[in-house]
Design a protein around this ligand. Structure first.
Ligand SMILES: [Fe+2]
Length: 286
């Protein structure tokens, strides 16, 4: 069993690195940790970075998860290899680019680029962004799936993800107490569906709604509230069409042993209990 401890980073190719950086700092509210040549490292919490934009193909998207140590990483590599997933061991240069001690890369059954990393770097400097969006941390990702049942099986049986709730056949999965760290989203091709940051309060969600609207950032869903996790949310579109989400108040699963996933219907009200409708960003409306 591959033990994912936490989400660590996302790496996104940017067709225009300058534009991506401007969005990340002026709209999203991240802090530049470091700019080195063709890569921009962005912070959302006390880690050295949680998002890296690099000059490249926007379809080149990777999600990194933290695992405990190098022996767990080696065991994960052996498990994946045995299951027929080709594994790439990160070279020292590639590790330096990710600010981790070691990592392996592989593809999930849909073809999403996944990395497992050991010892992601933290920063002694506190996160301090130039735009106060109220961000408290990097929290979850939506991952495209071309076969929800198969991918749920991969994340829950090969890895330690547990299903918290389902909308239709779409699983919202946790790797710790937080309601979900991985949300599957039906799609025709691999890729990151959305990137979530938590914010401090409902006020932050609504403040950002007005701020981003004023900046002409396309709002694609919300403000609203998910009946599954209980989170109040706002989804909006960033560079190269990537969807970002702010949310607050996500439930924690208090009793790991007795929690049973709830089944929600595959309909808009399962995504927003206030009546907001997604502009094609989430399945029941797309
Ligand atoms: Fe989300």
């Amino acid at each position: 069993m591959i033990e994912l401890k936490d989400l660590s980073y996302v790496r996104l190719g940017a067709s225009n690195l300058e534009e991506a950086g401007s969005f990340a700092t002026k709209c999203l509210g991240l802090q530049v940790g470091e700019q080195s040549g063709k890569a921009l490292y962005l912070r959302s919490d006390d880690r050295a970075h949680t998002l890296c934009y690099f000059e490249g193909d926007p379809t080149d998207q990777t999600v990194g998860f933290e695992v405990e140590d190098e022996s767990k990483l080696n065991a994960a590599a052996a498990t994946l290899d045995q299951l027929g997933h080709p594994v790439h061991a990160g070279t020292p240069t590639e590790c330096a680019l990710r600010k981790v001690k070691a990592f392996i890369g592989f593809k999930d059954p849909t073809g999403n680029q996944i990395e497992l990393a050991v010892r992601p770097e933290r920063s002694g400097k506190r996160y301090f962004a130039s735009r106060d969006a109220g961000i408290t941390g990097f929290s979850h990702v939506g991952l495209s799936t071309t076969n929800p049942a198969r991918d749920e099986q991969f994340w829950t049986q090969v890895c330690n993800a547990r299903v918290s709730d389902r909308i239709g056949d779409i699983a919202l999965m946790r790797v710790n107490a937080i309601h979900h760290t991985i949300a599957l989203a039906p799609g025709r091709s691999p890729g990151i569906h959305h990137v979530n940051h938590q914010v401090e309060s409902n006020d932050d969600v609504l403040r950002s709604y007005y701020h981003l609207s004023g900046q002409r950032v396309p709002i694609v869903f919300g403000p609203g509230r998910h009946p599954t996790s209980g989170a109040r949310f706002l989804y909006f579109k960033g560079p190269d069409g990537m969807v970002f989400e702010y949310s607050v108040g996500v439930d924690e699963i208090e009793d790991e042993a007795t929690h049973r996933p709830r089944q929600f219907g595959f309909e808009p009200s399962s995504l927003c209990m206030w009546g907001s409708r997604s502009a094609g960003v989430l399945p029941p409306n797309s």
